[in-house]
Design a protein around this ligand. Structure first.
Ligand code: ADP
Ligand code: MG
Length: 240
């Protein structure tokens, strides 16, 4: 579903990603971890073309992301993205947040968009909050709305960039639970997170990035049980 091949990216003279290759097969859940500033956000932003790459190739469902002929709004319906800070539209009600792109990008009519929005809100446990504004919800609730909003586009894959890092500790599990159920339903996901308990339970593979390099890319059990890489060890030692 997602193929990242020999990707290098520069910000000016600084190589933020160095010859990175990995992939996410259909139905796989890949957790990306690594120290702050190692290039995790940049890597997943490259997947839906929020950042251009300097060298290499990224394909999503066979579509070359960096081909100038690629239709980017269409690509971004294929891969939904959820950010650390939710990024909801503050002036729109919850239900309207989930309807907007359905109306504009997919051209759905008002009642179809509303029906989909309400079904998704029900699924993330927030149907009762449909007519509130984002500021009236807790962080965990807002993040669940952001997930519902991404799902409204019927994506084939989902990207998450530290979806629980801005949350108070008691709200982390309600968001991870939604992600766990998505994984159980077979959603293809690439997730930047430091929640190693979640990674261990839900991920099929773990990718470890350090200073723009993919240092490890291994099946989850092997990653946690067969620890030998000193760079990974130094990182895990700080967070576990
Ligand atoms: P992570 O998500 O792993 O913390 P990022 O991908 O956000 O890392 O950033 C990787 C490195 O690239 C950091 O050193 C950061 O300062 C730098 N960086 C990120 N965005 C930009 C930008 N727009 N311009 C220049 N440098 C950037
Ligand atoms: Mg980041």
């Amino acid at each position: 579903m997602i193929e990242i091949n020999g990707v290098t990216k520069y910000y000016g003279n600084f190589a933020v990603l160095k010859n990175c290759s990995t992939s996410v097969a259909k139905g796989e859940v890949v957790v990306v971890c690594g120290p702050s500033g190692s290039g995790k956000s940049t890597l997943i932003k490259c997947v839906n073309a929020l950042e251009p790459i300097s060298e290499g190739s990224i394909k999503v469902d066979g579509i070359e992301v960096n081909d100038p002929k690629t239709n980017l709004p269409e690509l971004r319906t294929l891969v939904g993205m959820v950010f650390q800070n939710f990024e909801l539209f503050p002036h729109l009600r919850i239900v309207e947040n989930i309807m907007l792109a359905q109306r504009i990008v997919l051209g759905r009519n008002e009642s179809a968009a509303q029906k989909t929005a309400m079904a998704l809100l029900d699924r993330v446990g927030l149907a009762d909050h449909a007519h509130k504004f984002p500021s009236q919800l807790s962080g965990g609730q807002q993040q669940r709305v952001a997930i519902a909003r991404a799902l409204a586009m019927n994506p084939k894959a989902m990207l998450f960039d530290e979806p629980t890092s801005a949350l108070d500790p008691e709200m982390i599990s309600e968001v991870l639970d939604v992600m766990t159920s998505l994984a159980a339903e077979g959603m293809t996901m690439m997730i930047v997170t430091h929640e190693m308990g979640f990674a261990r339970k839900v991920a099929t593979r773990v990718v470890f990035i350090d200073q723009g390099e993919i240092v490890e890319d291994r099946p989850t059990e092997e990653f946690f049980n067969n620890r030998h890489n000193p760079r990974t060890e130094a990182f895990l030692g700080k967070i576990l």
